[in-house]
Design a protein around this ligand. Structure first.
Ligand SMILES: *Cc1c(COP(=O)(O)O)cnc(C)c1O
Length: 361
């Protein structure tokens, strides 16, 4: 079989070394004679693994001790409802920044629970940019300010953290968490679905400041209540145990790579060379404001749009998987190059783009 590079946006490629370890110990986990998939979440062996995963994540992101880390079932979309349920805290309005499809989904869900003030939007520029912080119409009475740190579908990423004074900042970091270090203490809540840059789907990770917990909307289901989940170490019911285990292997792998500063450098280099190739080409182009181009999801189109289906098909035959862009972004191509994508995968893609262009001449 030729070397495959998987550019899927999510569920996405996992580090090869993690997959190999999971395979090697699938039937006999740490010499225990059973699989990590078939052990109770209450068993001391599982608890030890779960605690180690949290310790490693805390170390990677330098999470301060006044933050709880939650490992919850369900994707990031669950948080579109859980955030207002948990964080309105007696207020009836929240600020949202609208930078694309995932922002809009979060906004539409939040509208069921509170008054949403869209404090800034890049809709008028087809979501190709991020509104300047000093133009945001923030409401000092808002319960929180929500933004999507990386719009996975269009490939648009914040390059800094907004300042919201005393209003807690909430960020959906599903597709760029762990790609670089972040100042966790600037946030009230960070949440991320696992299937982009952490592990398998079905798991979400939350990092939430303790003092925000406890004042939930009255009808909030217990399982949706951050405080109840925190008090029960994310084991109020059965958590997605195998996804948690794989996430733990990914955290250990990240530490072994040298941590997030090493990953950030690698991610920066991978994205820069791909954008550089696109920019110098007269065949491919990218429409995102260069200040906010995503290091994780690189979107591109062809000047001859009618060639795009052929590009995607031939790329797949060449072992470059899942390069088709999202239909809500108008199609085209998208290369998702999360932590698990080795630099050779990006080199291989650039080579293919070059060869494809040559073949059209
Ligand atoms: C993928 C994604 C989601 C949705 O994740 P689900 O697990 O499908 O709910 C939300 N926000 C962002 C930024 C994403 O990339």
């Amino acid at each position: 079989m030729p070397q495959i590079y998987n550019f899927s946006a999510g569920p996405a490629a996992l580090p090869q070394a993690v997959m190999e370890q999971a395979q090697a110990e699938f039937l006999n986990w740490q010499g225990k004679g059973i699989s990590a998939m078939e052990i109770s979440h209450r068993h001391p062996w599982f608890m030890a693994m779960a605690e180690q995963a949290e310790r490693d994540l805390r170390e990677l992101l330098a999470i301060p001790s006044n933050y709880k880390v939650l490992f919850l079932a369900g994707g990031a979309s669950f948080q579109f409802a859980m955030v207002p349920m948990n964080l309105l805290r007696g207020k009836n309005t929240a600020d949202y920044i609208n930078t694309g499809i995932w922002s809009q989904k979060a906004i539409n869900e939040a509208k069921r629970y509170c008054k949403v003030n869209v404090a800034a939007s890049s809709e008028s520029s087809q979501f190709n940019s991020i509104p300047d912080f000093n133009e945001w119409q923030l409401n000092p009475q808002a319960a929180y300010v929500h933004y999507v740190a990386n719009e996975t579908i269009s490939g648009l990423e914040f390059n800094g953290i907004p300042n919201t004074a005393d209003v807690p900042l909430v960020s959906d970091m599903s597709s760029n968490i762990l790609s670089t270090s972040i100042e966790v203490n600037r946030f009230g809540l960070i949440y991320a679905g696992a299937q982009k840059n952490i592990g398998p789907s079905g798991l979400s990770i939350l990092i939430v400041r303790e003092d925000l917990l406890g004042d939930v909307l009255p009808f909030t289901p217990s399982l949706y209540n951050y405080q109840i989940q925190a008090e029960n170490n994310s084991m109020y019911n059965t958590p997605p145990t195998y996804a948690w285990y794989i996430a733990g292997l990914v955290f250990a792998w990240l530490k072994k790579q040298g941590g997030l500063s090493v990953m950030a450098e690698r991610n920066q280099r991978k994205a820069a060379k791909l954008y550089q190739y696109i920019d110098q080409s007269d065949c491919y182009f990218n429409t995102i404001d260069p200040r906010y181009r995503s290091n994780m999801n690189v979107t591109f189109r062809m000047r001859q749009a009618e060639l795009e289906p052929q590009f995607i098909q031939e790329a797949e035959q060449a072992g470059l998987f899942a390069l088709k862009g999202h239909k809500l972004a108008g199609g085209g191509m998208r290369a998702s190059i999360y932590n698990a994508m080795p630099e050779e995968g990006v080199d291989r893609l650039i080579e293919f783009m070059h060869d494809f262009q040559q073949a059209q001449l």
